[in-house]
Design a protein around this ligand. Structure first.
Ligand code: G6P
Length: 489
């Protein structure tokens, strides 16, 4: 590294994501308390040693007054975070509307909203306008803080319009964009009214990344079929300018999970859980309460298993942690009621005076409680209908080195491509198949479990979040130089 005033020079990385990695609570007119959320992206970026990361995003709260905005900006600066202030109306149209009601279901193969089609069509254009406006607001903040030589990494479906806005400000900015969800088949993407505009905006980036090779291939196909551009093995070419497109599978900070298991409070928790569920096998689901996670289908498969295997009824329990999310969107409210109804019915049907087959929790667990739960689990059920990657499967594997439990994993989660050989892969739509897999998993001989676990554990501990972030950022650095060279030729 070059030295600058005695300090090693580190290139700045501006990470732009819809949400900042902090939750902000207002404590007074000009007072805020902040709590850093330790998600995968945060730990990934902490591990990127050659860069100094700053985060730009929405703080998740409405701050209409200038005093509040100023105070929050100052408090966030200490955490190297820079806020984008979005008012309630724009959050409703951009985040609840276009992001969560249109792009999210479409990218997960659930199609454009089916109900109330007319209303959706009428509001579509205004939601798309709000989406573009919000992306422009993010771009304005990035531009304000940009210094020559910075690398800009945009994240996810919320910010597909951002690369174009940034390049319009300054074509020399190094811009990468990474999608955390699946990118669907071009036949699905082409149903989106704003399909071309979004693709063109993403193509303004220098490097475009996906979790799997399939998603990258779908994106390139969409660009060739919908925009008529040329797909090359390296990406997409438009009039001599290349946008690199590649797969960068994310991982977790496995050391953090493995380390936590040694802590006395986690050991104590493990002891309590073992006592609480002694004599029963523990099956676990940990999901955001989202339709893509396939929670109703999973619970129905568990019901089918109990129905067909009466001897297991008092010997197994399903713990389902369902973290509430996007609670303002009606689809999510409906899903919550549906899941409650199914759980209630099954517990009524198979419960006894002393035990119920399903423990369903509508909340998240703290990190230590979660690690303990992963460690005591015999069978984890990750049965997403579609999922970009699914890191719950990785976290479970990281915490299972002594138990060597079984992972039942949806073939429609990105993780199936990395953990498929160690997991039991299922089609989550096929309840009969999932029920049969539960039986297989519960009865699996120790030797088989050990072999499968070893395969997955090696993968999870070798392909970490830090490595993912470093690979993407260093490739982005190189790619821009390459793209500029090509344009000059
Ligand atoms: C997915 C998305 C993320 C998002 C997360 C939580 O994993 O890819 O970008 O942050 O869900 O959703 P929320 O809408 O609560 O931010």
């Amino acid at each position: 590294c070059e030295k600058q005033e005695g300090r090693p020079f580190r290139q700045r990385l501006l990470v732009v994501a819809n949400r900042l990695p902090v939750s902000a609570v207002r404590r007074g007119e000009d007072a805020w308390s902040l709590e850093i959320s330790a998600g995968g992206l945060v730990s990934a970026l902490l591990g990127v040693k050659d860069f100094e990361a700053r985060w730009i995003g929405w703080a998740g709260v409405n701050v209409p007054d200038e005093i509040g905005q100023k105070a929050l900006t100052t408090a966030l600066a200490e955490k190297r975070c820079i806020p984008v202030f979005l008012d309630e109306e724009i959050v409703h149209q951009y985040y609840n509307g276009y992001c969560n009601n249109i792009l999210w279901p479409l990218f997960h193969y659930l199609g454009l909203p089916q109900e109330d089609r007319l209303a959706t069509t009428r509001s579509f254009q205004s939601q798309f306008e709000a989406y573009k406006k919000a992306n422009q607001m993010f771009a304005d903040v990035v531009n304000k803080h940009y210094e020559e030589g910075d690398v800009i990494w945009c994240h996810d479906y919320h910010l597909m319009f951002l690369p174009k806005c940034l390049k319009e400000y300054n074509s020399k900015m190094k811009v990468g964009w990474f999608l955390h969800t699946p990118f669907p088949s071009s036949e699905i993407h082409r149903t989106l009214p704003s399909r071309s505009e979004l693709l063109c905006s993403v193509l303004a980036a220098d490097l475009v990344g996906f979790h799997t090779y399939d998603y990258a291939r779908h994106f390139v196909s969409a660009c060739t079929r919908i925009l008529g551009l040329e797909g090359t093995p390296e990406g997409v070419e438009d009039q001599g300018r290349l946008t690199r497109v590649a797969a960068f599978p994310i991982g977790i900070d496995s050391d953090r999970f493995i380390g936590a298991l040694k802590l006395p409070q986690v050991q104590e928790h493990i002891r309590e859980l073992k006592e609480r569920f002694s004599g029963r096998k523990v099956m676990l689901g940990v999901d955001r309460l989202d339709m893509i996670k396939g929670i109703p289908q999973k619970i129905l498969a568990f019901e089918k298993f109990l129905e067909e295997n009466p001897t297991w009824r008092d010997k197994v329990v399903l713990l389902q942690i369902a973290v509430p999310t996007r609670t303002d969107v009606p689809e999510y409210q409906k899903l919550t009621s549906q899941v409650h109804e199914i759980v209630g019915r099954i517990n009524g049907r198979f419960g006894t005076l002393t035990a119920v087959p399903i423990h369903h929790l509508d909340r998240s667990l703290d990190f230590h409680a979660l690690c303990a739960l992963y460690a005591v689990t015999d069978v984890a059920l990750v049965t997403s209908l579609r999922d970009g990657m699914n890191l719950v499967s990785y976290e479970f594997v990281a915490c299972q080195d002594s138990k060597k439990g079984v992972l039942i994993l949806s073939e429609f989660a990105g993780a199936a491509q990395s953990l498929g050989a160690g997991a039991i892969l299922v089609n989550p739509w096929n309840i009969t198949e999932v029920a049969a897999s539960i039986g297989l998993a519960l009865n699996m001989p120790a030797e088989d479990r050990e072999k499968r676990h070893r395969h997955n554990f090696v993968h999870v501990t070798n392909h970490t979040a830090q490595e993912w972030a470093e690979t993407f950022v260093s490739e982005l650095n190189d790619t821009v130089v390459e793209a500029q060279l090509r344009t000059r030729q």
